[in-house]
Design a protein around this ligand. Structure first.
Ligand code: FAD
Length: 487
């Protein structure tokens, strides 16, 4: 008889799991509490402006393509994207500007001419980033860390042999300070810690593998916007028979004799397998209240969150591109505020994403849709209204200093997303963007496995469990679940 699977949540990890398991012959149903799909990877429209609500940087598109291929469809017929020729525009308060060209050699030359660091130093750094990704990617991203077979594989052996070259015993900031003499370049490469919500002054230098994904593999933009990742995958899921239930909050995972046997929404539904795409913390606290919880795992510090302003701006800015960063003058202090004081520093690094630079109809003619993100601490009951008001003024002042324009009169429409509303909308504990932080060298080992060792037929996917947050990793968690479910 065909086995029935319930997937709790329609985040990217949940959707990808549903597609993989339906393709393997299971009968899959997704239960989503919201009246829209995609969780963090969704969109909002305000007046004549469309915004991608969460993720804006798209790397490793092959993970999405693979879901079409295993469904015997040509991805190009359903989902298209292009590689960005320019990755990001960087701005510093002293008027230094840098355009990060997608070609590592051009990027390295630009750095040599603007920041006086030899191009070959950059090229060597990116080569090392590539080499280390080659060693670690297969081990930490593509396999369960919680199966003995992983640790006896040839990939693990390669890791043991290179253990002292992988940066486990230093921090990202220390590595970058030793490599680059220029503080601006240290800051630029420290920024990659934020790609999984971590602090460059604490996270291991291993994180220097991330630039490889951007510079050597590429940064991409989906032709129809980030939300088209969700839309096209949901269409695919439905076309192969996955059932999708909106407005269906799951209240409990039903466990009988140590086995997950179903879920409870307004009624009880029997299933052979349950996969939770809900953040691991509320999965235990809310859906499994009578089961013993892995307290040590759940007590791991959360990753950073974000404060996001969605602004419709009545002007075009030629100097801005799709991705833009206006750097803080004191990066170390900014992270101290985020991770120790649990506040937002008064000179924050401002990330401005403008999808209308690529997808023109996201904003009216002559206007731009600004998604402005500031790294924020996870929600611990701070006075967010005060922080938002203060940070809004600081952002406007920073933009004025860097671009010479007071945008306060140009903001036509506005909405705000903060750690409280992220938690409310997606059930992510404390509004963390990437589950737990990677602020120590053991973080990867403390992330919850993709299966329950106590409850049979219960699995976990998404940004709060192994291998971590971000679209590619959430997609990878789905692949790991589909592989271990078969064994
Ligand atoms: P989530 O998106 O967390 O969704 C979980 C879903 O489960 C939600 O729809 C929720 O409603 C549903 N759910 C929860 N509980 C229940 C329940 N009890 N019953 C039914 N349904 C339930 N990543 C990148 O790769 N690049 C970026 O540029 C990037 N930027 C980001 C910016 C922001 C502002 C945010 C918020 C995130 C960003 N991320 C980025 C991270 C990325 O969005 C996430 O890692 C990824 O989308 C997480 O997917 P997920 O599978 O964990 O599910």
């Amino acid at each position: 008889m065909t086995k029935k699977v319930a997937v709790i949540g329609s985040g990217i990890g949940g959707i990808a799991t549903a597609i993989r398991l339906q393709n393997k012959g299971y009968e899959v149903s997704i239960f989503e509490s919201n009246n829209y799909l995609g969780g963090k990877l969704s969109e909002i429209t305000i007046g004549n402006y469309r915004f991608d609500a969460g993720p804006s940087l798209f790397t490793m598109p092959e993970y999405v393509d693979e879901l079409f291929r295993i469904s015997n469809k040509d991805p190009k017929d359903y989902f298209t994207y292009q590689r960005l020729p320019n990755i990001c525009n960087y701005f510093w308060d002293d008027r230094t500007r840098l355009e990060a060209n997608a070609d590592p050699a051009v990027f390295a030359q630009e750095i040599e001419s603007k920041l006086n660091v030899k191009a070959e130093i950059i090229e060597k750094y990116l080569d090392q980033s590539k080499r280390n990704y080659g060693i670690l990617g297969g081990l930490f991203v593509e396999q369960s860390l919680h199966k003995w077979s992983t640790w006896f594989s040839s990939k693990a052996m390669k890791g043991y042999l290179n253990i002292f070259n992988l940066g486990l015993f230093s921090t990202l900031n220390k590595k970058n300070e030793v490599t680059f003499s220029n503080p601006k370049l240290v800051q630029l490469f420290n920024r990659y810690a934020t790609y999984n919500g971590s602090d460059p002054y604490q996270t291991p230098a291993t994180m220097s593998i991330i630039p490889h994904l951007e510079y050597n593999v590429g940064a991409y933009f989906p032709t129809k916007g980030m939300n088209s990742i969700t839309k096209s995958l949901i269409d695919l899921a439905k076309s192969i028979g996955v059932k999708v239930n909106l407005n269906s909050p799951v209240k409990e995972i039903i466990v009988t004799n140590g086995k997950a046997v179903g879920i409870k929404t307004d009624t009880i539904h029997n299933f052979d397998v349950v996969v939770s795409n809900m953040d691991i913390s509320p999965t235990y606290r809310k859906l499994l209240p009578t089961q013993p919880a892995p307290e040590k795992t759940l007590a791991q510090p959360r990753s950073g969150s974000g404060l996001i302003f969605y602004w419709g701006i009545k002007k075009n800015f030629k100097e801005l591109d799709l991705h833009n960063i206006l750097f803080s003058e004191n990066y170390e202090e900014e992270f101290k505020y985020q991770f120790s004081k649990k506040d937002i520093y008064n000179d924050p690094t401002v990330y401005i994403n403008i999808s209308s630079k690529q997808k023109l109809d996201d904003a009216p003619a002559g206007c731009e849709n600004w998604f402005v993100l500031i790294n924020a601490p996870a929600n611990e009951g701070q006075n967010w209204d005060e922080i938002i008001e203060r940070t809004r003024k600081n952002i406007i002042a920073k933009v004025k200093h860097n671009l010479g324009v007071d945008i306060s009169e140009l903001i036509e429409v506005e909405e705000v997303l903060d750690p409280r509303s992220i938690e409310l909308k997606t059930s992510s504990a404390q509004g963390a963007l990437y589950g737990t932080s990677s602020n120590n060298k053991f973080a990867a080992f403390f992330r919850h496995p993709n299966f329950s060792s106590k409850i049979k037929n219960l699995y976990f996917v998404g940004g709060s469990v192994h291998p971590g947050g971000g679209i590619p990793l959430a997609l990878s968690s789905a692949k790991i679940v589909s592989e271990i479910l078969d064994n």
